[in-house]
Write a protein that binds this ligand. Sequence first.
Ligand SMILES: Cc1cc2nc3c(=O)[nH]c(=O)nc-3n(C[C@H](O)[C@H](O)[C@H](O)COP(=O)(O)OP(=O)(O)OC[C@H]3O[C@@H](n4cnc5c(N)ncnc54)[C@H](O)[C@@H]3O)c2cc1C
Length: 419
Amino acid sequence: MKTAIIGGGAAGFFTAINLKEMVAPMEVTIFERAHRVLQKVEISGGGRCNCTNSFRLVSDLSQVYPRGHRLLKRLFKSFGPEDAYRWFEERGVALVTQDDECVFPQSQDSHSIINLFLSEARRLGIEIKTGCAISTNIQKDSQDTDSLDALFRDYDFVVVTTGGSPKKEGLQWLGHEIVQPVPSLFTFQIEDKSLHDLMGTVVENATAFMPGTKLRASGPLLITHWGMSGPAILRLSSYAARLLAENSYKMPLSINWTNETEASINEELTAIATKHPQKQVASQSVFSLPSRLWTYLVEKSLAPGAEQSKSSQNKENYMTRRWCDLSKKDFNRLVNRLVNDEYTIAGRAPFKDEFVTCGGISLSAVNPSTLESRQRSHLYFAGEVLDIDGVTGGFNFQAAWSTAYAVAHAISQEALSNK
Ligand SMILES: Cc1cc2nc3c(=O)[nH]c(=O)nc-3n(C[C@H](O)[C@H](O)[C@H](O)COP(=O)(O)OP(=O)(O)OC[C@H]3O[C@@H](n4cnc5c(N)ncnc54)[C@H](O)[C@@H]3O)c2cc1C
């Protein structure tokens, strides 16, 4: 029996290796359109490949998989993060779990994963055809010898692991229900010169949220020379991927810089004001905020518009103000600024740095246990081509491993029952 796998990425290799281990006589061929396989694995995690996550900080899968969490909950029962961890270690790739629960190869080098996949493919006799794109021509009378239909003439099973497609048209050749693809995991462009001046500032635990929605994400936040980045922003971009796309990436954004409630900030600032009434407000930051950020927030609160002002005199007026000088209104403005600092997202960051695609082959088009197409038997899907995506932290590769394993298992069962 023969299986064709379209796409030599993470999900393609994981399907191929597991399938071949489950059914030794199965002939498995990977078709890869590029001249090199596993290119995304190579650049992933800054070249270190964040290959999974311990999930110890995850109480609900929907927190880390905005799309596909129900399906993955089911698939994790057969092959979850612990299984993935064991899978790599048993095959000689030692892994480490960081304090933030992200898992990397101990070598801190994605080539450990790539070399393992390539050597396993060699050992198991998996054929790899690079520079071999399966035609995405959707003309019914297409005579392409390498189209999906043509593959089914030569192979018993076909697995599509072509990854995320930025456009719906890129998936139409598969002839299945498609959820409109939009980018996920990107940083926000914010037009605020004074904010840009804080470039490089990191706040360890902030909350970014979309006012008027339930969409919010907490974690480290990085101020950049174009706006905001860091895990909290990337996570929010994932939760709000579709909403942001619908609004052309122009939406209000609010930041709680302290991750505290308004009441506790009020309490903390009241305590400082009572204890040190003669101290200048800007002189010492609160809640361990970086001092440059604190100064910016004080200016913005006590002199709305002053942070944009060129007049140093104007700035100084506010910078010298002491806690005892603050009116009740000033004090409340400061509290509010810390808990709900408003910005406008002006677009996605100028770089094409989105990591994953939200959308893809609709999960309703596949059997949730086997990931076999409901439309065409012996056609399977795994990896990012499906409408599954996660936030950063190794969750996307885990989705690739779990979906690929499910497909390998399903094909092995089918092959063994047809023997
Ligand atoms: C810069 C970057 C860093 C990332 N870092 C991480 C990380 O550290 N941890 C994490 O969990 N996730 C990370 N991700 C996400 C992760 O890389 C993807 O979710 C994962 O690679 C998806 O695997 P896949 O096999 O489904 O798709 P891909 O890895 O995209 O592989 C699909 C393959 O199919 C091939 N292909 C497409 N169409 C055809 C066709 N018609 N014929 C033949 N071949 C075709 C493509 O060339 C490609 O090689 C990162 C992504 C990026 C872009």
